[in-house]
Design a binder for this molecule. Structure first.
Ligand code: SF4
Length: 255
């Protein structure tokens, strides 16, 4: 339920005094959910995806501390752009800061903004569930369906991600899946068929975003003095991405 326009400033001035560790903010996001969106990138991630282009987002103690009130004021300054879009909370892994996220989502609901959590789904549901319940939708990364390959690619099991997906199905929460296509890792026909075959049974999944691996973040590894295993990995060709789309579309899924 939206509160009346006249009360919004008062509402923001009285929100809970809670702060987030923020990596960065994008005020005109066009690729992180439907429409034009305010995208809040929270600091901290426990995974170590080989293809991560934001290794500077990993350290939970880095970034800037920003109050909920100031973040909401920032959103309100651009609110006319978000009428057909909304607000996406990304990272890093935003659910690591689930206490902040819970308050933030409540405030967004009160102010009438559509909300999306962009998550890797690795956080246990006992922490993430209350946030998922409050968001309008999830952008959920499926990194790998093969357990061993997932551990090699990210350092962790995919079990919680699959539980998160099942939970979204059980409450009919809209999900857009994100799958990064990395040649010689995730971009293999049998893996794409396995993904399509799994997702076809989830009516909560409205879209599958196939994201081509890129090298745009490679300089950050040098700057941070972190080893980058995919330094010489190729990016997918247009034909490879088209083939991947066709496989997923073949299971009746939108890409
Ligand atoms: S989940 Fe996202 S932020 Fe975390 S390591 Fe993987 S790609 Fe990077």
């Amino acid at each position: 339920m939206c509160i009346k326009k006249i009360n919004k400033i008062e509402f923001i001035n009285n929100v809970k005094k809670i702060k987030a560790r923020v990596h960065s903010i994008e005020t005109f996001g066009a690729v992180d959910g439907p429409g034009i969106r305010f995208v809040l990138f929270l600091q901290g991630c426990h995974l170590r995806c080989l293809y991560c282009h934001n290794p500077d987002s990993w350290d939970l103690n880095s970034g800037n501390e920003v109050s909920l009130k100031n973040i909401l004021k920032n959103i309100m300054a651009y609110k006319k752009f978000y009428k057909k879009g909304g607000v996406t909370i990304s990272g890093g892994e935003p659910l690591l800061q689930h206490e902040f996220l819970f308050e933030f989502l409540d405030a967004l609901n009160m102010l009438g903004f559509h909300s999306a959590i962009d998550t890797n789904g690795f956080i246990d549901l006992k922490y993430s569930q209350k946030c998922i319940d409050r968001a309008n939708m999830l952008l959920l990364d499926i990194k790998e369906l093969e357990e061993e390959d997932c551990i090699e690619l990210t350092g962790y099991s995919n079990k919680n991600t699959l539980k998160t997906l099942q939970y979204c199905q059980s409450i009919n929460k809209e999900v857009w899946i994100r799958y990064v296509c990395v040649p010689n890792y995730t971009l293999k026909n049998e893996k794409l068929h396995k993904l399509g075959n799994l997702l076809k049974d989830y009516s909560c999944v409205k879209k599958v975003d196939l994201i081509p691996f890129h090298q745009l973040g490679s300089y950050k590894y040098k700057d941070l003095n972190i080893a980058y295993k995919l330094e010489s990995s190729p990016t997918p060709s247009t034909e490879q991405m088209q083939n991947a789309k066709e496989i997923i579309n073949g299971y009746g899924l939108q890409t």
